[in-house]
Design a protein around this ligand. Structure first.
Ligand SMILES: [Zn+2]
Ligand SMILES: [Zn+2]
Length: 366
């Protein structure tokens, strides 16, 4: 079967929209007709070599669509089901899955290192050349074959063209606030970086009752969006003294500082605005070769520093829950999606991302 997909052939070069062959699903795999795919900052990081992938590769990992065919052994979804694609294959057999920590499923590294299916091969090709699938997903394509555990069934009445962003950004962000962190009502929190992930953290923190809740971003429209989504204060870190302003708002710093950009500068910023006993939760993905330097003095104020992966989520529980929250109006997603585009316009969306514009662009398929 032929499909159209956006292929990365060279680090830093525009993706090329190509006609690829997609093979049918094998055992424990699912074929999905893509309805929509968000464009995540991690796709940008892969394109620019900050995160690696073998090439050629179809990028995209924030997808939703309708099941078209299932391979042998798949019983939890059937053709016609609506699914949001999870980043975790949730194999159900590895030690982390057995501990109910599917967000750390050990099969995930196969998909992320090899950009391939669990058996090390891919279902995409262009003539004789096999084409890799980012995170075993490759959602910048009209159809996807993904590991069965990545296909999470959601309610039929939820719009997939919006719920696609739950697949990565929303689960990563909202999950960090509601799963990774233990926010009690009235705890202070700050979010550094108010793109798709940051705004999701912010909304999760607001649902948990964080107050004050401080949005930190240099872009005015993102700060305004953050304020409309539950932030009580917003700071422009380029024009205000971050540490001093956070102190003015909170008295002694924040209990929870979430970092959603993955830059060393903002990771340090997150740690620097904590109150004693506060926790810096690093959600953004920095280059995997970077190292942190932490001031030892902060350990004596019991300041903690931890990562959050995929919102510490259990996809089969959390993805449908976040869909429910969206349908109930608790979680605002339409406001986070700043642009809907065609597959052919994906490179333009990356350029806008490099300029820090907009929160989330979503590719729509026919
Ligand atoms: Zn992502
Ligand atoms: Zn597993």
């Amino acid at each position: 079967m032929k499909i159209k997909a956006a292929v990365m052939r060279e680090v830093g070069s525009p993706l090329t929209v190509e006609e690829l062959e997609i093979a049918p699903p094998k055992e424990n795999e699912v074929l999905i007709k893509t309805t929509a795919s968000g464009i995540c900052h991690s796709d940008y990081s892969v394109l620019h070599g900050v995160l690696g992938t073998p090439m050629p590769a179809v990028l995209g990992h924030e997808g939703a669509g309708v099941v078209e065919e299932v391979g042998p052994g798949v019983t939890h979804v059937k053709p016609g089901d609506h699914v949001v694609v999870s980043l975790s294959p949730s194999c159900g057999k590895c030690p982390m899955c057995l501990e109910e920590r599917e967000y750390l499923c050990m099969e995930m590294s196969k998909a992320s290192n090899g950009s391939c299916m669990m058996d090390g091969t891919t279902r995409l090709s262009n003539g004789d050349e096999s084409v890799h699938q980012l995170l075993a997903i490759a959602s910048f394509a009209e159809k996807m074959v993904i590991p069965a555990g990545c296909a999470v069934k959601v309610r039929d009445d939820a719009p997939l063209e919006t719920c696609c962003i739950i697949g990565c950004g929303v689960t990563t962000g909202t999950g960090a606030a509601v799963n990774t962190a233990d926010i009690q009502p009235g705890d202070s929190a700050a979010v550094i970086g108010c793109g798709g992930v940051g705004l999701s953290i912010l909304q999760g923190a607001a649902i948990k009752g964080a107050n004050p809740l401080i949005a930190i971003d240099p872009v005015l429209e993102k700060r305004e969006l953050a304020l409309s989504l539950g932030a009580t204060h917003a700071i422009d870190p380029f024009n205000e003294d971050l540490k001093k302003t956070v102190r003015e708002i909170t008295g002694k710093g924040v209990q929870f500082a979430f970092e959603a950009l993955g830059s060393m500068k903002t990771i340090n910023d997150a740690y620097s605005i904590l109150r004693p006993s506060g926790e810096a939760i690093i959600v953004g993905v920095a280059s995997l070769h970077e190292k942190y330097e932490l001031p030892v003095a902060n350990l004596f104020a019991e300041k903690e520093f931890r990562g959050s992966v995929y919102g510490s989520s259990r996809p089969k529980r959390d993805l449908p829950l976040f869909v429910d929250w969206y349908m109930e109006g608790k979680l605002k997603l339409d406001e986070v999606i700043t642009k809907r585009i065609k597959l052919e316009d994906v490179n333009q969306a990356f350029e806008e991302m490099s300029r820090g514009e907009g929160a989330r662009s979503v590719i729509m398929f026919d």
